[in-house]
Write a protein that binds this ligand. Structure first.
Ligand SMILES: *Cc1c(COP(=O)(O)O)cnc(C)c1O
Length: 390
C-alpha cells in the first residue's frame, strides 16, 4: 500500500503516516484490535491477517508510522527495546563477532555478555566515537557493529556516516540504537546505517506509560530475516501498547523541541554552577563532540549527565532531594527524571568497565521533561544546596 504521506515533512508524517481511517467505521484513530485471530473466507484466503503474533493491524499501523519517521522501508515492533535488540542479534550465529561501544545501555550490555555470549557470539567493546578503534576491532568474523549515539549516560557522539563506511568496507552491518536521539533529531538510515533500533518506551512513547521496541530498516533481505524472527520468537507488543506508542509519536516533534530547548538551558545553568564539577551535554560548545553533534543532529537532545563537587555520598543525597525531578530509571517521558547510573541503570556493568567509559560513581543523569524550565532549574538549585548538608 502506498502511503499518501510518504513525501510529507516530519511532523505531518508523525500524525498521519501508517494510519488510514478504520475501513469498517471511519474511526480516525487506529482501533486497538483486541483479537488473536481473523476469520478467513476460504482456507488461506484472508485480508492479510491470519494470526495476531504474525500480523496485527494496530501493530502494523505503528510499524508503518515508525518506518516513515526513520525514512526506512519497513518497521517491526517488539515487546520492549530489549526484545528488539534481541531480534537483531538473533540474526547472527554461534562464532559470529560483534563490535560495540563501551558506553552502552546497561541492559544491552547485559543481553550481549550474559545471554548471547552463552550462545557463542563474541563481543568487543571499544570507544565507538573513534572510528579507527572500531575498524581495528573488526575481524573476519565480525557481522555487526552496534552503537548508541548519543551514548548513555556519557552522551558521547559517534560519527554514523564514518562508522557506516567502516562497517560496509569490512562486510559488517551497522545497527544504531536511536533511542536517545529519536528520528526527529537524527536519522541513521540516511547516514548509511543498516538498522535503527528503538526502545519506544522512551521518547517515542513519551509518557512513561508503555514498554516497547522497534527495528527499522530499508533492505528487503534484512526485513525478511527479522520478520521471520519476530514471528518465530514471538516477542511482539500487545495492541494497546502499540496504540499508546502511536499516540506518542503524534507529538514527538513538539515534545523534542521542548525537551531539547529546556535541556540546553539546564545544561548551561549547571555549567556555570559553582558546586558542579563537570557537565556532559552535546549541545554545549565545551562538549568534546559538539561539532559532530551539530553536523549529525537537529538539536542536542533531552539528556544531560553531570558531576557534583564532593563525594559519591553527596551525589546520592542530591538525587534524593529533587522534588520536580523524580528519582527513577528510564527517560524520555514528559516528566523530568534524575538517576544515579552507577547504582541504577548501569549497575549491571562492572565498575572497571564503567570507569573506562568515564562513568564515575558520582555521575548523575537527567532526563529533562517538558515542565516549565524555570521550575526545573530552581529544583536542581535547591537540591544541590541541600546536598551540602550531611
Ligand atoms: C531503555 C533502553 C533500551 C532498552 O529498552 P527497553 O524498552 O527498556 O527494553 C535500549 N537502549 C537504550 C538506549 C535505552 O535507553
Amino acid at each position: 500500500m502506498a502511503d499518501p504521506f510518504e513525501k510529507a515533512r516530519f511532523a505531518t508524517k508523525a500524525v498521519h503516516a501508517g494510519q488510514a481511517p478504520d475501513p469498517a467505521t471511519g474511526a480516525i484513530m487506529t482501533p486497538v484490535y483486541l483479537t488473536s485471530t481473523y476469520v478467513q473466507e476460504a482456507p488461506d484466503v484472508h485480508k492479510g491477517f491470519d494470526y495476531a503474533r504474525t500480523n496485527h493491524p494496530t501493530r502494523l499501523a505503528l510499524e508503518r508510522n515508525l518506518a516513515a519517521l526513520e525514512g526506512g522501508a519497513w518497521g517491526l515492533c517488539f515487546g520492549s527495546g530489549s526484545a528488539a535488540t534481541h531480534a537483531v542479534l538473533t540474526m547472527l550465529s554461534a562464532g559470529d563477532h560483534v563490535v560495540s561501544c563501551n558506553d552502552l545501555y546497561g541492559g544491552t550490555y547485559r543481553l550481549f555478555t550474559k545471554v548471547f555470549a552463552r550462545f557463542g557470539l563474541e563481543f568487543t567493546f571499544v570507544n565507538a566515537y573513534d572510528p579507527a578503534a572500531v575498524a581495528d576491532a573488526i575481524t573476519p568474523k565480525t557481522k555487526l557493529v552496534w552503537v548508541e549515539t548519543p551514548s548513555n549516560p556519557m552522551l558521547l557522539i559517534s560519527d554514523i556516516k564514518e562508522l557506516a563506511r567502516v562497517a560496509k568496507a569490512k562486510g559488517a552491518l551497522l545497527a544504531v540504537d536511536n533511542t536517545f536521539a529519536t528520528p526527529y533529531l537524527q536519522q541513521p538510515l540516511a547516514m548509511g546505517a543498516d538498522l535503527v533500533v528503538h526502545s519506544t518506551t522512551k521518547y517515542l512513547g513519551g509518557h512513561s506509560d508503555v514498554v516497547g521496541g522497534a527495528v527499522v530498516g530499508a533492505d528487503k533481505g534484512l526485513f525478511d530475516k527479522l520478520k521471520f524472527i519476530q514471528n518465530a520468537v514471538g516477542a511482539v507488543p500487545g495492541p494497546l501498547d502499540c496504540f499508546l506508542v502511536l499516540r506518542g509519536t503524534k507529538t514527538l516533534a513538539l515534545r523534542m523541541e521542548k525537551h531539547c530547548g529546556s535541556a540546553l538551558k539546564v545544561a548551561k545553568h549547571l555549567l556555570e554552577h559553582p558546586e558542579v564539577e563537570r557537565v556532559h551535554y552535546p549541545g554545549l560548545p565545551s562538549h568534546k563532540h559538539h561539532n559532530l553533534a551539530r553536523a549529525q543532529m537537529r538539536m542536542a537532545g533531552g539528556m544531560i549527565s553531570f558531576e557534583l563537587k564532593g563525594d559519591l555520598a553527596r551525589a546520592k543525597r542530591m538525587a534524593a532531594l529533587t522534588k520536580v525531578f523524580a528519582l527513577a530509571e528510564s527517560l524520555g517521558g514528559v516528566e523530568s527524571l534524575i538517576g544515579h547510573p552507577a547504582t541504577m541503570t548501569h549497575a549491571s556493568i562492572p565498575r572497571e568497565e564503567r570507569l573506562k567509559a568515564g562513568l564515575t560513581d558520582g555521575l548523575l543523569r537527567l532526563s529533562v521533561g517538558i515542565e516549565d524550565v524555570e521550575d526545573l532549574v530552581a529544583d536542581l538549585d535547591q537540591a544541590i544546596l541541600r546536598s551540602l548538608e550531611k
